[in-house]
Ligand binder design. Structure first.
Ligand SMILES: [Mg+2]
Ligand SMILES: [Zn+2]
Length: 166
């Protein structure tokens, strides 16, 4: 069953506060203000949300993959408690030197999601705060919006609505 509208969201700087020394624990994971309002409005439009995030923190050996999963469990549970839903998280654990195909601006994570959920990229949108997010979307010929780091996703809901339901 093909899903209809898909919103790909970056994590750091979009859902939670970006830290230049990486989010290393649940204590350092700070949801941005109004994020749940924004996610709820997007969910209520019938748009499914998939997170794609570069987490080289793993292969830089700053935290383990299990610790990253713990942070993501906390994130998803908190999102759920706030009556919002994330369909799936894809993360790239690799160090940039590994030249993997998943680290954005490469498209491995998006391609995997397209395969897993039979996504029609013409009916998808990506929002991120880095050029690498936008470049990944461009390579997939997917629409994108670059938002300010630690900006307010809630301010983009009308624009998102316009893109999907014009
Ligand atoms: Mg980011
Ligand atoms: Zn990777």
């Amino acid at each position: 069953m093909a899903m209809k509208q898909i919103l790909f969201l970056d994590r750091d700087g979009v859902i939670n506060e970006k830290r230049n020394d990486y989010v290393k624990s649940v204590n350092e994971f700070k949801f941005l203000p109004n994020i749940f309002d924004a996610l709820k409005k997007i969910n209520d439009l019938g748009i499914s949300i998939i997170i794609i995030t570069n987490q080289s923190i793993v292969n830089r050996k700053i935290i383990s993959e299990n610790q990253l999963k713990g942070i993501h469990d906390y994130m998803l549970k908190t999102i759920e408690k706030n009556s919002c839903k994330i369909t799936k998280i894809y993360y790239c654990p690799h160090h940039p030197d590994e030249k993997c195909n998943c680290r954005k601006p490469n498209t491995g994570m998006i391609e995997q999601a397209v395969k897993d959920f039979k996504i029609d990229v013409s009916n998808a949108l990506l929002i991120g705060d880095s050029n690498s997010d936008i470049h990944a979307a461009d390579k997939m010929k997917m629409k994108s919006i670059k938002m300010k780091t630690d900006g307010n996703l809630n301010d983009l809901v009308e624009e998102i609505k316009g893109i999907f339901f014009k």
